[in-house]
Design a protein around this ligand. Structure first.
Ligand code: BGC
Length: 725
């Protein structure tokens, strides 16, 4: 070894060994760095790091080389640059980004690899834009079909949410950008979100509302968590000792930054002691007046908040900075923007999200080369959606609409007869939700035009559904109906053209009973992001095979769904009690034997799959064991495609109420026609436990459990009984 290299190696060795000569870990080195920086900081400098200095930025300490933090929305793309001190866009010309299909669409793909890939793309684009924290993913449970933010969230099932959120976070953070898992906790409605006080049982908290946050922190290693606007059991989430200290810090071991949602802070001392680190987004003009600014300095001076508590907060921020190489720009990911790979990822995400809900007589896929004419009908055929939804809105570099894609791909040989069909009658919130009311007027002139083009065409394709006047932050929907007279439109078109396909573009459940029996084809494509049109056209033509599955139950009507059946939405007198308890989503429908329009996990394909030979590796398991379930999956049809095999567990002999089935595993498997593969899904025996309130912990009851393998909640194809001791 050359002298210089020997010297370097020695230096390295010294820096990795403590005074005792023992090797010290990276974490210890990190903590030493943090402690040494803290020693050099004044109280004012420390507090300067604990509140924003503008809408999305936070101060650092320049003289010590500590950079400020740059944050940006949001879950499915990097939001365009906003003005520093108001909510208007800054008008940059280089901030158009890649736009992915939002949360429900991601979950509908049931593909963990896609979630990871999305994280990578978002991380690269966030770094290119010099952002340090991306405000997502949103992992709140879809409790009601009406929640305005369902489209941003993922699922009604905590396991599915967790399984998609973890790789997303890991992908994002691998690019030196911190995730901010939000909104902690129980932000399950938008109406009254800044005042509602949520009550949830301990069991529902642990079994339904907490698991995604737990996984995001403990498996995903999310660097930041955003507290919700609402109250939880009487206390604001931003100053909730139970949630923020007991659960998040002590139980989940969270060592990152706990930040507020924008304007969600309500106190200085209480919030500081409860464990909040960073105050974001209040409207007050002078940032020095914020709860975590001058008042915090004052509280420390008066002894109401110990310096150690301030140090803990600064340490949390520094730790996140070190984790993302913020103190060493040379090591930091540089990022890139709008690459062909990013756009390919957005396309794949749109394609794999689509759920084929009905396909009578194999109407789909359509061989457009054999057609002379097709009618394309509906406002959603030409509407762009990426720029809607409020904080998650994206200024995308492009967005292909379905009509554009159809014209480009098939228009040279095919006569495309477009008709508007229905018009968007709402205006995005004018302050009191009235934008959504009176939006069900049937426009017979538009319907007559649509009926005419449908009757003159061989196939009629309607692009219907919702838009971001409905699927939006800040407001819940008022009902589950298809707005703007679309139900009548679809019925009338179906009367004149037996080959009618509806492509539904929406992020939350809608009532389908009035149309589903009258049309042969129904494809649910969500908001498809920048590649929405290309994905829809390729799915309709069979260039790609639908492989998405519903991440929520599609009720026949609102009254079927638990919060509404029990009259617990949106609450009374400022309070909402989640009386349905653990029976959220399919857990309610399945346990109460209520047949929905479409069950959780449902989705068809252009090919067929056969599930067989299911086995568990043992008959009897101990609590520490891994349960390995094996089965064969065969693509028994003639098209390449993917099936999402779902593993549900039930404990019929339980001494307490358990949902009839609970999702505990899944795999998305792509197979060539005729191909068979042997697949393994494993779960821990301890995953079969329930949360016992008296014991304040998880209990695994001995007894017989059912392992059920299916292609949706309602299509269980194979069952194996096991015993847990
Ligand atoms: C939303 C957050 C968002 C923040 C910043 C809030 O209104 O609830 O999800 O990240 O605004 O735009």
């Amino acid at each position: 070894m050359k002298k210089k290299n020997l010297f370097l190696a020695l230096l390295l060795l010294i820096s990795f060994t403590g005074v005792t000569g023992k090797t010290i870990s990276n974490a210890q080195i990190q903590e030493q760095k943090i402690a040494s920086l803290l020693k050099k900081m004044t109280l004012e400098e420390k507090v300067g790091m604990l509140h924003a200095n503008s809408k999305f930025y936070v101060d650092g300490v320049k003289r010590l080389g500590i950079p400020g933090l740059a944050l940006s929305d949001g879950p499915h793309g990097v939001r365009a640059e906003m003005n520093l001190h108001d909510w208007n866009y800054a008008g940059w010309t280089n901030d158009s980004a890649t736009c992915f299909p939002p949360g429900t669409a991601l979950a509908a793909s049931w593909n963990r690899a896609l979630a990871y890939q999305r994280g990578i793309v978002l991380g690269e684009e966030a770094r290119f834009r010099k952002k340090d924290v991306l405000l997502g993913p949103g992992v709140n449970i879809i409790r009601t079909p009406l929640c305005g933010r369902n489209f941003e969230y993922l699922s009604e099932d905590p396991f599915l949410v967790a399984e998609m959120a973890v790789p997303y976070i890991q992908g994002l953070q691998s690019k030196d950008v911190s995730a901010s898992v939000k909104h902690f906790l129980a932000n399950n409605q938008e109406d009254h979100r800044t005042s509602i006080d949520v009550s949830v049982s301990e069991r529902a908290l642990h079994e339904i509302y907490l698991p995604a946050f737990k996984a995001a922190v403990m498996q995903g290693g999310s660097h930041t968590v955003m507290v919700a606007y609402n109250k939880f059991r009487g206390d604001w989430c931003s100053e909730n000792e139970f949630l923020d200290r007991e659960i998040l810090r002590n139980e989940l071991g969270f060592k990152g930054i706990l930040m507020t949602d924008w304007g969600a802070t309500h106190s200085t001392v209480k919030a500081a002691l409860a464990g909040l680190d960073l105050e974001m987004g209040t409207e007050k003009k002078d940032y020095n007046d914020w709860y975590f600014a001058q008042p915090l300095i004052q509280a420390v001076k008066e002894g109401k908040v110990p310096m150690a508590v301030v140090d803990e907060k600064v340490a949390n921020i520094l730790r996140v900075m070190l984790e993302t190489n913020m103190l060493d720009e040379k090591l930091r990911e540089k990022g890139k923007m709008n690459t062909p790979e990013h756009q390919k990822a957005a396309y794949q995400s749109a394609v794999e999200a689509a759920v084929l809900l009905k396909n009578q007589n194999h109407l789909l896929p359509i061989d457009f080369s054999r057609l002379k004419s097709v009618a394309i009908i509906g406002d959603n055929a030409t509407r762009k959606h990426c720029s809607g939804g409020l904080s998650s809105e994206i200024k995308t570099i492009y967005e292909v609409t379905p009509l554009e894609a159809m014209q480009k791909k098939f228009g040279s040989k095919l006569k495309i007869n477009f008709a508007q069909g229905y018009e968007k009658q709402s205006v995005f919130h004018d302050g009191n939700n009235s934008g959504q009311s009176n939006t069900n007027t049937v426009d017979w002139k538009l319907i007559d035009e649509a009926v005419k083009v449908a009757s003159e065409s061989e196939v009629a394709i309607l692009f219907c559904g919702l838009n971001h006047d409905f699927d939006t932050e800040s407001f819940d929907r008022q009902n589950m109906k298809l707005p703007y007279g679309q139900e009548t439109l679809i019925q009338e078109v179906a009367k004149v053209n037996p080959r009618t396909v509806v492509v539904m573009i929406a992020g939350s459940p809608v009532e389908l009973a009035g149309i589903v029996y009258r049309i042969p084809g129904l494809l649910w494509t969500w908001y498809g992001g920048m590649e929405a049109g290309n994905a829809a056209a390729d799915l309709l033509s069979g260039t790609v095979n639908p492989s998405g599955k519903l991440p929520f139950t599609m009720p026949v009507s609102l009254e079927q769904s638990p919060a509404h059946a029990l009259g617990n939405f949106p609450g009374k007198d400022g309070k909402v009690n989640y009386e349905e308890d653990i029976l959220v989503g399919y857990r309610w429908f399945d346990t109460k034997k209520i047949t929905p329009q479409f069950p959780f996990g449902f989705g068809l394909s252009y090919t067929t799959f056969e599930l067989s030979a299911m086995t568990a590796d043992q008959k009897v398991y101990q609590p520490k064991d891994l349960i390995r379930v094996k089965f064969n999956l065969k693509n028994s049809g003639s098209a390449y495609g993917a099936e999402v095999v779902q593993l549900y567990v039930g404990h019929p002999g339980s001494s307490v109420l358990r949902p009839a089935k609970e999702l505990k595993g899944f795999d998305k498997i792509f197979l060539q026609p005729g191909e068979t593969r042997n697949i393994e899904i494993s779960l821990k025996a301890s995953d079969l436990a329930y949360y016992n309130e008296a014991a304040k912990g998880w209990i695994l009851e001995p007894g017989e459990y059912l392992l059920q393998l299916g292609t949706s909640l309602a299509e269980i194809r194979q069952t194996v009984r096991i015993v847990v001791n």
